[in-house]
Design a protein around this ligand. Structure first.
Ligand SMILES: C[S@@+](CC[C@H](N)C(=O)[O-])C[C@H]1O[C@@H](n2cnc3c(N)ncnc32)[C@H](O)[C@@H]1O
Length: 286
């Protein structure tokens, strides 16, 4: 009798696993089918243009701090963090701190879940997973609001240009000892700046993790879309991503972990999001 109950129980569990796998397969098929949706892509492009023109990207916040992102990209970010389970997130471009808080909260949640799974006590005063943010201009009111946030004890902020040798050295030093590093680049969006950021920070990305390059969408906008900014199509984060990928192919190098460095452009993310400021910017390290 006991054995029968066990078998039924096992069967039900296996069914659930099968159902879960089937659901994931269905989602994959659905997303794949979007690749032949030129009309929908066009509508999305027009919508994105309009939304960026109307400053839609400034409307949101993460746990109380304004974040300059599309909500879709925020969802993608939490999916990536859950999959990668980084112990360190390195971000360039802090602004109001929303993306720092987003990273800190995702890392706090990883620690919370890990503690439950291991049956351990969690001490929120001693966070292990951390975020480093770099910005050339951390405004006083933003710094104090970030420092006053309950998640501040897992955030380190460094002021200076992200491509300044001394700042890069500080970040590299702070990254020592971490083994699952995720990088997020969202500062100055010119080609040269992002290319230099990629050269400095992409090698810090751990295997299987991501180097996220935000605002690659600049490349897909009309030439005069950002009249007061130094970036435009041809001089954008996306042109930098392509140049970096080419350079890596021509002159292969190792990452900071001493193993060969290469990235796949993970289009599955943008394929399902449709709405994103990060097309061709979800770089996954092989
Ligand atoms: C788009 S905002 C960052 C938005 C933020 N990641 C978020 O999601 O809310 C860009 C930031 O990059 C910073 N920045 C501009 N040039 C920089 C540079 N050379 N080095 C580091 N940060 C820079 C700006 O001061 C600004 O705060």
């Amino acid at each position: 009798m006991a054995k029968y109950i066990f078998d039924v129980d096992l069967r039900m569990q296996l069914d659930k696993v099968d159902e879960g796998a089937r659901f994931q397969e269905e989602v994959r098929d659905t997303v794949t089918s979007y690749q032949t949706e030129p009309e929908w892509r066009k509508v999305t492009h027009d919508w994105t243009l309009h939304a960026l023109d109307k400053r839609y990207v400034y409307n949101f916040s993460c746990l109380g701090r304004p974040i300059i992102q599309f909500p879709q990209d925020m969802v993608a970010f939490q999916e990536i963090v859950w999959d990668v389970k980084p112990d360190l997130i390195i971000e360039t471009g802090i602004a109001h701190g929303g993306s720092l808080i987003q990273s800190a909260s995702a890392l706090a949640m990883l620690e919370y879940c890990e503690a439950i799974e291991k049956g351990e006590m969690l001490d929120p005063r001693a966070p292990k997973r951390r975020v480093i943010g770099v910005d050339i201009d951390i405004r006083a009111h933003n710094r104090s609001a970030i420092e006053a946030h309950p998640l501040a004890n897992r955030i380190d902020m460094i002021q200076g240009s992200s491509i300044d040798a001394d700042i890069v050295a500080q970040v590299k030093k702070a990254a020592e000892g971490y083994s699952r590093i995720l990088v997020s680049l969202d500062s100055n969006h010119t080609h040269d700046h992002v290319l230099a950021e990629l050269e400095h920070y992409a090698p810090m990305t751990s295997k299987g993790s991501y180097c996220l390059v935000y605002d690659t969408v600049v490349e897909d906008m009309p030439v005069d879309f950002y009249p007061n900014r130094p970036w435009e199509p041809g001089n954008s984060p996306k042109s930098a991503v392509f140049a970096y990928q080419e350079a890596l192919k021509k002159n292969p190098i190792n990452g900071d972990d001493g193993t060969p460095l290469s990235f796949q452009n993970d289009r599955t993310v943008e394929d399902k999001l449709f709405i994103t400021v990060t097309p061709d910017g979800f770089l996954k390290r092989d």
